[in-house]
Design a protein around this ligand. Sequence first.
Ligand code: ZN
Length: 286
Amino acid sequence: MPEGDTIRRLADRITARFAGQRCVRCVTRDPRLSGVDFAGSVLLGADAVGKHLLIRFDDGRTLHAHLLMTGSWTVGPAATESAWRRRIELWLEGGRLTGIDVPILGVLRTVDEHTIIDHLGPDLCGVEAPDLDDITARLQRDPDAPLAGAMLDQRNVAGFGNLYAVELPFIVGVSPNQPVGSIEGLRGLVGIGAAVIRTNAARGPQNTTGRKLSLDEHWIYPKRGKPCPLCGTRLDGWTEAASPWRRASTWCPTCQPLEPRREVDMARARRLLALHPARREPSFPA
Ligand SMILES: [Zn+2]
């Protein structure tokens, strides 16, 4: 699932592999890129802001991509997908960079990048650690918004995707449907969330359990209908079509009851993340 941590790792991989290399050939198969040719330009590096990928060239242009739920990139070898799925292919001196099924793709002047990222909230996976108080205040701007919906609104905080909007509420024992204005200790959830996603951005898979750290291992995502791994209750959830925030969701009705007021359970979070290296991040609440 392309979330902030995935895009940060992708950007770092592109920079490590191709920074300073000239593009020798460029093929586009996307009407939005018609007439675009990067041949002759040098790739300076790639950056991630929230879930936006920005690939910069020495001629003052930036290739902008957002993967939504379908897109991916192949970094290095030639891609094996059919040609029509390879929306853009760049032959660089040290290998090939291919955007596959990328739903949002465009070229803009590097100096104009702010026009696509200015509306975003603090970036969870940026070089600088994000301001947790600012994120908490933004999440609470609309007190009636359900927790998962507020977490997914990139104007509040940039980087959380649906995986974290399911796993983090479970870890702290709060329903994803709980209105943010009725949650006590929301900043604790923000600190834990920032610690987990930044750790995963730095070290690899999207692991939210701390077990089998080399794998994308999760507590309840996407296990709707299965027993809760902690209490055995059948996990409830929304389908994408029924969900108020338009993304499939899962929760445990026993561990995460919807209540008039609900407190973030830090003891539960510490227990569930006892083995996760996110515990060593400065943003993880003491
Ligand atoms: Zn449970």
